[in-house]
Design a protein around this ligand. Sequence first.
Ligand code: BDR
Ligand code: CA
Length: 317
Amino acid sequence: MSKQNPTRIIIDTDPGVDDSMAILFAFCSPEVQIEGLTTIFGNGGGDITTLNALRLVELAGRPDVPVAQGAESPLQRKFEGFGWRVHGRNGLGEVDFPLPTVKPDPRRAAQFIVDTVMANPGEITLVPLGPLTNIALAVMLEPKIAENVKEVVLMGGAANAKGNASAVAEANIHNDPEAAKIVFEAPWKVTMVGLDVTRMTVMTPEYMEELKSAGNRYTDFICKIVPHYMAFYLEYDNLVGFHVHDSSALAYVIDPTLFTTKKLYVQVETNSPSHSGMTAADWRHRGNGEPNIHVCVDVDNARFLELYKQRLMGAFK
Ligand code: BDR
Ligand code: CA
């Protein structure tokens, strides 16, 4: 699929192994044009995720893509995430990389989002791949962005699936439920690419071997950072291979026909200590609210894996 006018996106991200894989997927897909990366705490602290985002624009040879650093902690809570265990203490699978030479944009992430959206009404799709704090701050700073954004496509939540950060909550929502509630309730189109679909896709060691054989600078980078992440899945999920959560959200933006969606009323739980961050979806259509979220419920997983491979292996050809 190739479009004449690429979808203009801001990726809000906490790189992160799967975030990095998603960002490189975006860089080599002509259907999307990255207007900026905004960074957020999550898989590491804000300084770590910002350094990694800068490394990624440098790796892509795109120092012109602004990187704006965002929130260091959730809106109201103390941050207690354990993403570093999944992604390594440096967010990149504990592999040492040189410090980037590119410098961050002087604006904070929320300001960058507001400026970019308001300068390009109806044009920008927000793609959050981490806790939703920056997006909530942006909509609080300028509520008009809600009517000026094209769409929000986020990786997060679990509508009909077990959680990964708790029994019922997905990590990005769990890491800042109050922010997620603001984002889910703002008057814009939200598509939720949650664990319901991201768990359907597994990249196996064999798949990674094939990717590695391309030997380009993207596949080399990915194959260096993945082993730590893959080892986590084996230890905690008994899975040989891993889920590429964040690339699933990019796949939706690149080719939405890969997914089946259902519009449901989804509420983010903020009060219950045991259920905090749960995305409670009303599958009965009999609750108190109108359907507000486009929930991805199925993915053509073989076609997605093929697309990812084709894009990454074909980069620089
Ligand atoms: C999400 O949590 C993070 O660890 C990943 O980067 C992804 O965004 C999956 O629940
Ligand atoms: Ca992420």
